[in-house]
Design a protein around this ligand. Structure first.
Ligand code: KMH
Ligand code: ZN
Length: 276
């Protein structure tokens, strides 16, 4: 099996310090959390940022600051979010792509997101994919439900994304695909041949879905964006704590951990000048 790529989703858009007081919020705190996660074994940082009030923002200046601070501390791949938060406009969400990051997320379908709607109509998906293609930004296809895979294949047909595709299977969002072994098998079976994939299990699903991904040859995403508890009733102390656990389990199961350089090679990222 290939080496294991661990993505740390450090902050997201929904979690607050009321949920977990250890959540990093400022660019400085996010950069420290990124370095800790990287030292623990993460090779990709999935990046959201927050404004001075701690609310989700897609302000490119805040992204720029966080990306520069992360690059000064470690060589992890930075993958910016174009999902942002529910209710943001497409124009707002797309802004960090114009900074020319190595990777960005590309959600390939609309989904109920708790009580909200995470709206991703096909014209918006095409617009985002085109912006990434034009800037050499590698998309990670976010799959919240099974139809997203076919939508990604439509993008390939239109020449907007180049195979082999890399998918993030987000499982257990209320409104999205459930996080069960059967649903994971079905999703993985439906991916185009040659794709790579990672799993982001939401809440208590994070650990079991991570273990399944390790065993099945996929990759793993962990972090506060998806889960605030280390175990039932016990809040996680840091993002790195989640990464450390994945590394320990992977060692027991015989999966070596990919460095950022190895992740870049496996995901065919284009060489870019990095700050720092
Ligand atoms: N915050 C969610 C509504 C992404 O980063 O691309 C969307 C999200 C996906 O987090
Ligand atoms: Zn995200």
């Amino acid at each position: 099996m290939s080496k294991l790529i661990i993505t740390a989703a450090l902050v997201g858009a929904e979690v607050t310090r009321v949920h977990n007081p250890n959540l990093p919020l400022t660019p400085e705190e996010i950069a420290v959390a990124a370095e800790q996660s990287w030292r623990a074994g993460a090779s990709i940082i999935h990046l959201h940022v927050r404004d001075r009030q701690g609310l989700p923002t897609q302000d490119p200046a805040v992204y720029r600051r966080a990306m520069d601070l992360i690059a000064a501390r470690c060589d992890a791949v930075v993958q910016v979010s174009t999902g942002g938060a529910v209710g943001m406009s497409p124009e707002e969400r797309l802004q960090p792509v114009f900074l020319g990051p190595e990777m960005a997320t590309l959600t390939c379908g609309s989904v109920n997101f708790g009580d909200g709607l995470f709206a991703n109509p096909f014209p918006v998906i095409k617009q985002f994919a085109g912006a990434m293609r034009d800037r050499g930004v590698r998309p990670e296809i976010e799959v919240f439900d099974s139809g997203a895979v076919a939508t990604a294949e439509r993008l390939v047909g239109l020449g907007l994304v180049d195979p082999p595709l890399h998918f993030d299977l987000v499982m257990g969002v209320p409104g999205g695909i459930p996080a069960t072994p059967r649903h994971l098998m079905c999703l993985v079976d439906s991916l185009p041949v040659g794709s790579t994939w990672t799993v982001a299990g939401i809440g208590r699903n994070q650990l079991p879905m991570s273990v399944l991904a390790i065993v099945m040859g996929g990759h793993v995403r962990v972090g506060f964006e998806d889960n605030i508890y280390y175990r039932r009733g016990v809040l996680a102390e840091s993002n790195a704590q989640f990464v450390q656990r994945v590394v320990r389990i992977a060692a027991e199961l015989g999966r070596e951990i990919a460095t950022p350089a190895e992740a870049r090679q496996m995901l065919r990222l284009e060489p870019k000048e990095r700050a720092g």
